[in-house]
Design a protein around this ligand. Structure first.
Ligand code: ZN
Length: 324
């Protein structure tokens, strides 16, 4: 989750001018960026889709780091603590199914986001064509795009989500127990998910589940109670969609113990991260992160006690038809 309002609260708390926290970010580009990236994973066609980017104050949002560590690690990668966080989703063409992994932010996070439909349109698909949506977790930077106000954006899709995740966010008792500042997230989650629940379009699963041929869920509770990875496997190749396993790769890859204020259970989230990083290195498979710089697909390599990101090499070798 990269909650805009909460970020504004934290920015205010860190004594930056209130005005700057309340203004929308100043854009640095003045036209649509290419918001898709195609690649193959065995027999599957996969496309990374950008919902946009959002500047976040990494030093304020990340927790459990040593004093100065966040700024120092980002400086090593030529960045400040004002990190441009990507919001990514992924489209998998699986036989007759069009499967979306997460659904972007919708209107909730301001004018730099809500570009998922445009990214999808740029590759020739309409939201009506999506048959299935795999939700990694119900934070609204992953589910906001399910609804456009009162309108169901994906009217023909079945939304797949872990049972505990749905139960957690739909629970009035959990909402009542949450601090005042967090209640709006329960309300937003309900606004985005409930229309799909009420129209019978949500299908839950419990724990590790084979959802379709070559696509299965892997439980990874911590960031949220029912947070799930999705593994895609074909012809000996494997890609694991990590959802919100990590938020700022430049900090959390070298130090997986660093957490974020949005973790429901920070200790469990850190343990999941440590285990998932080790497994990805050992298994040498592809991974994709919803907040890793777009397209957010790559491998891990070992670096000292931690890890480093190795982005998927850029490929653009489609034959121009007239020159075939
Ligand atoms: Zn998120």
């Amino acid at each position: 989750m990269l909650a805009r309002t909460l970020i504004a609260i934290f920015i205010c708390a860190s004594s930056l001018p209130v005005a700057s926290a309340q203004q929308d970010p100043v854009p640095r580009i003045d036209r649509f960026q290419a918001g898709y990236y195609h690649f193959k994973l065995g027999d599957f066609d996969v496309t990374a889709l950008s919902d946009g980017t959002l500047p976040i104050p990494a030093d304020v949002l990340l927790t459990g780091a040593k004093p100065g560590e966040v700024a120092a690690r980002l400086a090593e990668t030529y960045q400040t603590t004002a990190v441009d966080a990507s919001i990514n989703a992924y489209l998998i063409k699986a036989g007759h199914r069009l499967v979306l992994v997460d659904a972007g932010t919708g209107e909730l996070y301001g004018p730099t986001l809500n570009k998922l439909a445009a990214s999808l349109g740029a590759i020739g698909y309409q939201p009506e064509q999506i048959t299935d949506i795999l939700i990694t977790h119900i934070h609204t930077d992953h589910t906001g795009g399910l609804m456009d106000g009162q309108r169901i954006v994906f009217p023909n899709a079945t939304v797949h989500v872990e049972q505990r995740e749905l139960d957690y966010w739909m629970s009035a008792a959990n909402r009542a127990r949450a601090p005042d500042s967090a209640r709006q997230y329960f309300d937003q989650a309900a606004a985005k998910m409930k229309p799909y629940v009420d129209s019978g379009r949500v299908k839950t699963f419990s724990g590790a589940t084979q959802l379709f041929p070559g696509i299965r869920s892997i439980p990874s509770p911590g960031h949220t109670p029912g947070h799930s990875f999705y593994a895609l496997e074909s012809r000996g190749e494997k890609l694991v969609f990590w959802g919100d396993l990590l938020h700022v790769a430049e900090v959390q890859l070298p130090n997986p113990a660093v957490t974020i204020v949005f973790d429901v259970d920070p200790a469990a989230a850190a343990a999941q991260r440590k285990q998932a990083f080790a497994d990805a290195l050992k298994g040498r498979y592809w991974v994709a992160g919803d907040h890793v710089a777009f397209p957010g697909v790559g491998h891990l390599r070992a670096d000292g006690d931690g890890y480093r990101w190795v982005p998927m090499p850029y490929v653009n070798d489609y034959y121009v038809p007239a020159l075939k």
